[in-house]
Design a binder for this molecule. Structure first.
Ligand code: AHM
Length: 355
């Protein structure tokens, strides 16, 4: 009898331990996470969560195609040029169309603006005109990396529209400053696929669990460290840079054992990949103005504002050289801006050379 009781107790404690461990390991999907977050705000309607679910769905479809890129004839230039005069590639077009189609069918999106389209698109069907959000996106950033199998990404931003519900969107809906963003994020198609999503109150990362087709919380409450040891910019352009940027580069390369210099230089040439590393490991990413391109290269509304919201919400800094990226009042959809973004102290140091 004693022996039987002992076995029973042992079995029960093993069972309890395994239940506790399963609970500890429980996967939290993006949907579950956003529902839990929505419950914290009594007036929240869940529309933003639903919109995020639709964007995630589009990115899962894009991810599938990105993974297949080497196998099917979808790689290579398509021949068309986008509004910036750059050659589009087939995957760019696929990603653009996928996002537009999914968001047009979403009940929560009134219209979109894409880096690949000259003009914004207002969805004027009965559901969409009554939606309160508009979405801006760069469907496939870093596309010159597609044919070398390096990481690329989708960047998105969500604003509450300014035009009245029930009417078509106007350009003003898409020309809001970054400080008006409701949310922003990116999906990196890399060694694993990850969705990083930010609101003003924080940043969370979700890794795509391919066996169940769900983004699962893997990087809760992401923080950008206050200082870093990696600088990231196209060093090949040094001759074209202003003296302040050249001086900062010299500072990064200078030997100073106490301060851990020289710093390491890392540059993929894909903003999502370079920013993802900066967020996780700390450091600075710069795409400055130069003598020829006085506004830099990267687009304010499609690339810099969403990344600025993410990095600031993680405790970092994003500046255009003379102020916060998020405070720039945009005047056109495809406007460019210089950007200094990343760990607070490193950005401050870089800017101190520009004074
Ligand atoms: P893309 O829209 O053609 O992909 O260009 C954007 C990319 C960014 O991802 C990256 O940071 C930058 O261009 C790299 O530019 P460069 O090759 O001039 O260094």
């Amino acid at each position: 009898m004693l022996h039987y009781n002992f076995l029973l107790i042992t079995f029960a404690s093993i069972l309890l331990k395994s239940i506790m461990e399963t609970k500890k390991r429980k996967l939290i999907t993006l949907d579950e996470f956003t529902i839990q977050e929505t419950r914290k705000f009594p007036n929240a309607t869940g529309e933003l969560s639903s919109l995020l679910r639709d964007i995630a769905l589009a990115c899962k479809i894009i991810n599938k195609q990105v993974n297949k890129a080497g196998l099917v004839d979808i790689l290579g230039k398509h021949g068309a040029t986008n509004v910036q005069g750059e050659e589009q590639m087939k995957l760019d077009i696929f990603a653009n169309e996928t996002l537009i189609n999914v968001l047009q069918n979403s009940a929560e999106c009134a219209g979109i603006a894409s880096e690949e389209n000259d003009e914004f698109v207002s969805f004027d069907d009965a559901y969409s005109v009554n939606s309160k959000y508009v979405v801006l996106f760069d469907p496939l950033d870093g596309s010159s990396n597609i044919d070398v199998n390096a990481s690329i990404g989708t960047i998105f931003s969500i604003y509450r529209r300014l035009s009245p519900l029930g009417s078509p969107c106007t350009e003003a809906d898409f020309l809001q400053a970054g400080n008006k963003l409701m949310a922003a994020g990116y999906v990196i198609y890399g060694s694993s696929t990850m969705l990083v999503y930010a609101t003003k109150i924080g940043v969370n990362g979700f890794t795509l669990e391919t066996s169940i087709g769900e983004f699962c919380l893997s990087h809760p409450d992401m923080k950008c460290s206050e200082n870093g040891k990696i600088y990231s910019l196209n060093q090949g352009n040094t001759n074209k840079y202003e003296q302040g940027v050249k001086d900062f580069l010299n500072y990064c390369m200078e030997e100073n054992k106490e301060e851990g210099r020289p710093y390491s230089h890392r540059y993929i040439g894909s903003m999502v990949a370079d920013l993802h590393r900066t967020l996780i490991k700390g450091g600075i990413f710069i795409y400055p103005a130069d003598k020829k391109n006085t506004a830099g290269k990267l687009r304010l509304q499609y690339e810099c504002n969403p990344m600025a919201l993410i990095v600031e919400a993680a405790g970092g800094v994003a500046d255009f050289g003379a102020g916060r990226i998020l405070d720039i009042e945009p005047v056109e959809l495809h406007q460019r801006t210089p950007i200094y973004i990343g760990s607070k102290k490193m950005v401050e140091k870089a800017l101190s050379f520009a004074q």
